[in-house]
Design a binder for this molecule. Structure first.
Ligand SMILES: [Zn+2]
Length: 339
């Protein structure tokens, strides 16, 4: 048996990228510029990415909702243009792109609730902007309440703050809406407060971490502690493996494999998936983070397949398929099954 043969290219579902920020915020951006962003359109095609979740990101602060609205409209523009991208809005359209050669599906998500609700406006107005996002994008897969910092809903991953009254009201609002809540940018305190409120009020809200690794493998506040990993497993959510060097390991690219294998060893075999977190890094001022990705992890065209091939001695064919697309597909199918 040829041990150096490559695994047939699996379909890929990825839970998080920042293509919309790049396209709305960077001068002369172009979704075909593969040298500028790892999730450019040619990269997605070449990497057999069948479904890419597109985050609408904004920092907390005045103007956050206008900033996100540009990305919302960009999502619509991409979905409507003749470019091979298709908005996936239900189980059927997801199955279609999975089977169609050369098609890439996309679905929108919110990275920081400041994207639909400014710090100083009524919650009611914020919820209206959320509804507008859902209307324009047709679906939101998940909402992250915070980014790094604190906002009116709770504490971000660089804080120790928990949930606020507004945060509880947003959870109540999301009950039964078939939109997941994302723990990738919560403080631990906010994540545990959310779980407490969801359970106490018996809210029907799925939980994921769209682009986070495991903290016991690499100590970082963006990575999950074991208790939260276990909660996500118990609730049949998703955990998307992040390719950013800062969350993998500063020095060792192989650590990405250690994160994945750790997940499988801790019972995350049915929830682990990819959330590579490709974004435009050329305007970065934080020298400590350059390079943002290890060479082998920097683009959708080759990186998923590279990682899957590296793991084929340690994981079964079924486990590799679950990581590549089946867990994400299972989660979305369950979430959207009835409406
Ligand atoms: Zn993020």
């Amino acid at each position: 048996m040829a041990s150096n043969s490559t695994t047939p290219r699996l379909p890929i579902v990825d839970m998080h990228c920042d293509l919309l920020v790049y396209l709305t915020d960077v001068p002369d951006s172009d979704m075909n510029k593969a040298e500028e962003i790892g999730c450019s359109l040619p990269n997605l095609k070449e990497g057999n990415v069948k479904l890419q979740v597109m985050a609408m990101y904004s920092a907390t602060g005045a103007g956050s909702t206008q900033y996100a609205a540009l990305q919302r409209d960009k999502f619509r523009e991409l979905a409507d243009a003749d470019n091979g991208l298709t908005a996936v809005t239900n189980v059927e359209s997801m199955q279609q792109v999975m089977q169609q050669e050369g098609a890439t599906g996309m679905v929108a998500a919110v990275e920081n609730a400041a994207g639909f609700c400014e710090e100083h406006e009524s919650l009611e107005d914020g919820f209206k902007k959320l509804e507008k996002m859902i209307e324009v994008c047709e679906r939101l897969l998940y909402i992250s309440f915070t980014h790094h910092t604190e906002n009116r809903f709770g504490g971000g991953n660089m804080t120790g703050k928990g949930i606020t009254r507004d945060g509880k009201m947003l959870l109540d609002y999301l009950h039964g809406r078939k939109i997941a809540v994302d723990f990738s940018h919560t403080s631990d305190a906010l994540a545990f407060d959310m779980l407490t409120h969801i359970d106490k009020e018996k809210l029907d809200i799925p939980i994921i971490a769209s682009h986070s690794n495991f903290r016991p493998v690499w100590e970082h506040n963006r990575n999950l502690p074991d208790e939260l990993t276990q909660e996500i497993i118990r609730r049949k959510g998703l955990i998307g493996m992040n390719f950013l060097r800062a969350f993998v390991n500063n020095e060792d690219p192989e650590a990405l494999l250690h994160h994945i294998l750790y997940g499988f060893s801790k019972g995350a075999g049915d929830v682990i998936c990819f959330g590579a977190d490709f974004f435009y890094t050329a305007d970065s001022t934080d020298l400590s983070r350059i390079p943002y990705y290890f060479k082998e992890h920097e683009q959708a065209s080759t990186s998923y397949n590279y990682v899957l091939n590296q793991l084929k001695e340690q994981l079964t064919k079924e486990q590799l398929e679950k990581l590549a697309y089946r867990n994400a597909q299972r989660f979305i199918t369950d979430l959207w099954a009835s409406g």
